[in-house]
Design a protein. Structure first.
Length: 444
RNA sequence: GCAGCAGUAGCUCAGUUGGUUAGAGCACUAGUUUGUGGAACUAGGGGUCGGUGGUUCGAAUCCACCCUGCUGUACCA
């Protein structure tokens, strides 16, 4: 190979993409196994759809542009624009529309999958991440919405969170719809800006949000955000409506009564939950963590919610004349794992291999015999996978966290025993090969 | 997108108002120990000082633009 400095490939990763190492992956596996268990218990089917979809089937269109609408990663094959999915809900709607006749109604499915977003990454947010989705399609019954909240809560607690570590907040999009109607806020742009402003109450508080509802707001970095230009009266009306602790919204009352039947208490009715998406039509929910999360530099960051969802009764009908109500919830798994790692000290079974040291390459046959004996007893083991002095082999074993090394050199071969060295205590003992597996199990 | 801060060895960072051959700790390699890890000591390798252009006799240091990272903000189907 020609080595030319100028053509050396970059070892940096593309913006917003990261390597994930074993500790995180093991915790992720743990979370996933909890999810699967709970989903089976609640009667959901497992589904996988492809990473790519036709751009227009996941709700992105490209009229005369060189590139499809920003936010997605896209490319054009011979005929069509394809995009990497940006969530699992849009592909589900497509799947349901495609298989409508065959599917049970309602159709309950869950899905785990990587999604991609072509946007600026933030703290704990990347351009590639793992999402978990649970949806109930084909019923308007609010039992489905309620059960999604209960199920998310069960998953979180199974993963080790305490009741006070998280809150499921619920509200309904109908509340805003009514409010906008009464206040005669009809322009789409104004209502969208209002919704986005209200979505920030948790983070900014009412005083700042009121600026966003009015003329606009300058944040502490000096950036200025244009407001929704509502009148004072309108703002006051919104604040008083959204500050009510009790609700007269029918769908919320119904869900709360279902929660009671389930004896589910860890929710909070919070009319300031908005969720930016336009497609929601009914109850909406959001899952928030109640503890501080730090980044790798130890700074406390604005972590936001780890997931949420709601009812989207019109999404499937985009594909045709299907009247197909639906509701769903998504969790950002990587973010959940990131937070869990800080909250709990996971003792994960990562059994590292026992290392059989190599003294003499002509003894490979003997080493392999020992190796096979250990592996057949279900002990993680390996012959030192390199070459070098014993010291180097010991350093290797130490570095990978091996519990013990096995020495089988000329001295041992004479006696027929092997030397087992416990790397934690440093003790060495001479052991018959037949007893080796049992002795190691005492250490591991 | 906007704003603030940052980018010097694999990692964390120092580098005085611009001045020889750019440093430290950790990590790595070898040795002190040719069959013994975590500790110590000795030696060694490793940098176009994020990039490009400019100012200057001379730039890691000053200026401009760009790239990347962090944080906030905006957007987020």
């Amino acid at each position: 190979m020609v080595k030319d400095k100028k053509t050396k490939p970059s070892k940096e990763l593309p913006l917003g993409f990261i390597d994930r190492e074993e500790k995180e992956l093991l915790i992720r596996d743990f979370v996933i196994s909890n999810i699967k268990e709970v989903m089976i218990k609640y009667g959901f089917q497992y589904l996988e759809t492809p990473s790519f979809e036709y751009t227009d089937s996941i709700g992105k269109f490209l009229p005369d542009k060189d590139r499809p609408d920003q936010g997605v990663f896209s490319f054009k094959d011979e005929r069509n624009w394809l995009s990497l999915r940006y969530d699992l809900t849009a592909p589900l709607a497509r799947y349901v529309a495609k298989n409508y006749m065959e599917l049970p109604k309602p159709f309950k499915r869950y899905q785990l999958g990587t999604v991609w977003r072509n946007e600026k990454p933030g703290p704990g947010r990347f351009r590639e991440f793992l999402q978990f989705d649970a949806d109930v399609v084909g019923t308007g019954n609010l039992q489905a919405d309620a059960e999604l909240c209960v199920l998310i809560s069960e998953i979180l607690e199974k993963c080790g969170l305490d009741v006070k570590d998280y809150t499921v907040k619920i509200s309904t999009r109908k509340l805003l719809d009514d409010l906008f109607k009464n206040l005669k806020i009809t322009s789409r742009e104004q209502s969208l800006t209002t919704m986005r402003a209200l979505d920030k109450i948790d983070r900014l508080g009412w005083a700042e949000v009121k600026k966003l509802l009015g003329k606009g707001r300058k944040d502490k970095s000096g950036d200025y955000t244009k407001g929704a230009n509502l009148t004072n009266d309108q703002i006051i009306e919104i604040e008083s409506k959204l500050n009510k602790k009790k609700t007269d919204m029918e769908d919320i009352k119904e869900i709360l009564s279902i929660f009671e039947a389930y004896n589910f208490k860890n929710y909070e009715y919070n009319p300031t939950i908005i969720r930016g998406l336009e497609y929601y039509t009914g109850p909406i929910f959001e899952v928030n963590l109640n503890f501080e999360v730090k980044n790798l530099k130890g700074q406390i960051i604005q972590f936001g919610s780890i997931g949420g969802g709601g009812r989207y009764d019109n999404l499937v009908s985009n594909f045709g004349n299907l009247n197909c109500p639906a509701t769903g919830i998504s969790i950002g798994l990587d973010r959940l794992v990131f937070a869990l790692m800080q909250k709990k000290d996971f003792k994960l079974e990562t059994s590292r291999p026992v290392v059989i040291c190599v003294f003499n390459t002509t003894k490979t046959k003997e080493y392999v015999q020992i190796l096979k004996k250990l592996r057949s007893s279900n002990i993680s083991a390996e012959i030192y996978p390199g070459e070098g002095k014993l010291k180097k082999q010991m350093e290797y074993a130490n570095k990978i966290g091996s519990p013990a090394v096995i020495l089988y050199g000329d001295d041992e071969i004479k006696t027929g025993n092997v030397t087992l060295k416990n790397l934690e205590t440093g003790n060495e003992s001479s052991i018959k090969i037949e007893d080796l597996a049992n002795e190691i199990k005492k250490i591991v």
